[in-house]
Design a protein around this ligand. Structure first.
Ligand SMILES: [Zn+2]
Length: 249
């Protein structure tokens, strides 16, 4: 969670490459600082990324990839499958697995309802099957917004600051960020994580309003707000990338 500052992107161009026998997209990026070809498998985006010097040819990226194809296959084998927002799938909400089910739409009834009383907690989505992804996503955004609003207000009051605005995003690389003007951005996916994790990210970004850095004073502020600080950081390190599986089709 970098403190507000925007880093200039050094990717000049990305092209998609079709490679036979790999069921995921391959991205070829030109990078001005790249001295040679490098290869990685992105777990969060489920893609193969080849980075190369600005002047190299895309054909050479293909040759390079084919040379290392066994390594790529092995890596891809370790990437867990995506979980679409669809009936029968299990999706965590506030850290608890919920099974998605479709129910008939009823007047005045909520479009999505979390039913925690069933043996396996369920997420009941009203309407037609084809509406499930959109409705579930909208609902998760709203729930994330509500929890984050609550936790941000709480920590802001404790630290005597004011957050200007909260916005939600679907960022791949950050759980939250704080702009120089006091706008806090968060990943909606935090609603999938246990509440103490969302609470930590909320406190982290609120603390940035006072300290736009990750120095000792910053961490003292966060620690004052969050009793399970180390546990939350470890959770994000170990389990965080898993949250990116959900909602992929
Ligand atoms: Zn930070």
């Amino acid at each position: 969670m970098p403190a507000g500052k925007k880093t200039a992107t050094s990717v000049s161009k990305t092209v998609a490459l079709q490679v036979e026998g790999i069921g995921v997209p391959v991205e070829v990026r030109r990078h001005h600082a790249a001295r040679r070809f490098t290869l990685r498998v992105s777990k969060t985006r489920r893609a193969v990324v080849v980075t190369m010097p600005t002047r190299a040819r895309v054909d050479d990226a293909g040759v390079f990839l084919n040379k290392h194809i066994d390594w790529v296959r092995e890596r891809l084998g370790n990437v867990p499958d995506g979980v679409p927002f669809a009936p029968g799938q299990t999706i965590p909400v506030r850290g608890k697995p919920h099974r998605v089910a479709v129910v008939a739409a009823e007047r005045g009834a909520p479009i999505v309802k979390a039913d925690a009383n069933a043996a396996v907690p369920r997420l009941l989505v009203a309407g037609r099957v084809e509406h499930v992804p959109r409705r579930l996503r909208d609902w998760l955004y709203e729930e994330a917004k509500r929890d984050l609003d609550e936790r941000v207000s709480f920590h802001a009051k404790a630290l005597g600051v004011r957050a200007r605005r909260i916005c939600l995003r679907d960022q791949q690389t950050r759980w939250g960020s704080c702009s120089a003007t006091g706008v806090l951005s968060f990943s909606w996916r935090l609603i999938l994580a246990p509440p103490f994790v969302l609470d930590y990210v909320a406190a982290h970004e609120v603390a940035h309003i006072l300290e736009m850095n990750h120095g000792p004073r910053f961490w003292r502020l966060v620690a004052k707000c969050v009793p399970r600080l180390e546990e939350a950081k470890a959770w994000l390190r170990n389990e965080g990338s898993d949250l990116h599986r959900y909602g992929l089709t």
